[in-house]
Design a protein around this ligand. Structure first.
Ligand SMILES: [Zn+2]
Ligand SMILES: [Zn+2]
Length: 250
């Protein structure tokens, strides 16, 4: 478990002054995955089979498009679209047969059944994403390592306690990892500390975002900004995680 490949990045992320160290880790994986998807992965048949099958979500397609490797992207799109068309054509015969559908109390409602099947197929095409899957798998390791370091290393526990807490999604991930990884007493201690930290940090953010709104009142024009100046972006990051990501190197 003490693999340095995971402990070093987790330790480094907790050294950063940010609203969620796990968002920082996620961002790093995401950048690597974008580069990989249009680089080495394109050349590997196994990876191509996976990206043809799963494709990418809207967010990751937009990052791939911004990456400026149009030929690489076009090659991936060409074979992925072919796969989508194959999946849809598996419904061709059922779709054609709908023209003969008749109304009747005891008739099977093929239209409704077909629409549900089509909907589930389209939902899966829309939501499945190689990059999301890879990020989620690595994040599970990072959650486990965070909980492990919290349990074993006093120095890390101090970093954890001094951090500014986590976004809500990673708060959830850590709480689940504690149950998976620690015994019940330790998991209880971890989750209680985590909840207390989140409560304090959400209160801190609330004070900043509220102060931000007050600054727009003429009466408060001379009030010091303090830590409130970038409160809107930090509040968003606290709620949904980091949204501003540097583009990967071109
Ligand atoms: Zn986060
Ligand atoms: Zn995705």
């Amino acid at each position: 478990m003490k693999e340095k490949i995971y402990t070093i990045p987790v330790n480094e992320a907790f050294d950063k002054d940010c609203e969620c160290p796990l968002c920082h880790l996620k961002d790093e994986i995401e950048k690597t995955q974008i580069e990989y998807a249009l680089g080495a992965a394109m050349m590997e048949p196994d990876n191509r089979v996976e990206s043809n099958e799963k494709g990418f979500c809207k967010e990751h397609f937009s990052m791939l498009y911004a990456y400026q490797n149009r030929l690489g992207l076009a090659l991936v799109l060409d074979t992925h679209l072919e796969e989508i068309r194959n999946k849809l054509s598996s419904l061709d015969n059922k779709a054609k047969a709908l023209k003969n559908e008749r109304d009747g109390l005891f008739c099977k409602n093929n239209v409704k059944m077909f629409s549900e099947e089509l909907s589930s197929l389209l939902f899966n095409i829309d939501k499945s994403c190689v990059i999301c899957d890879n990020i989620n798998n690595t994040m599970e390791r990072y959650y486990d390592v965070t909980v492990y370091l919290w349990e074993k290393e006093t120095e890390f526990r101090k970093k954890f306690n001094d951090s500014k807490g986590f976004c809500l999604s990673h708060f959830n991930g850590l709480s689940r990892a504690a149950v998976r990884y620690l015994n019940r007493a330790k998991a209880g201690e971890f989750i209680a500390d985590l909840c207390k930290k989140q409560k304090d940090e959400l209160q801190r953010i609330q004070a900043d975002i509220h102060k931000f709104t007050l600054k727009f009142d003429y009466k408060n024009k001379d009030m010091e900004w303090g830590t409130a100046k970038d409160a809107p972006i930090r509040t968003i990051e606290k709620i949904v995680g980091q949204i501003s990501s540097d583009k990967p190197k071109e």
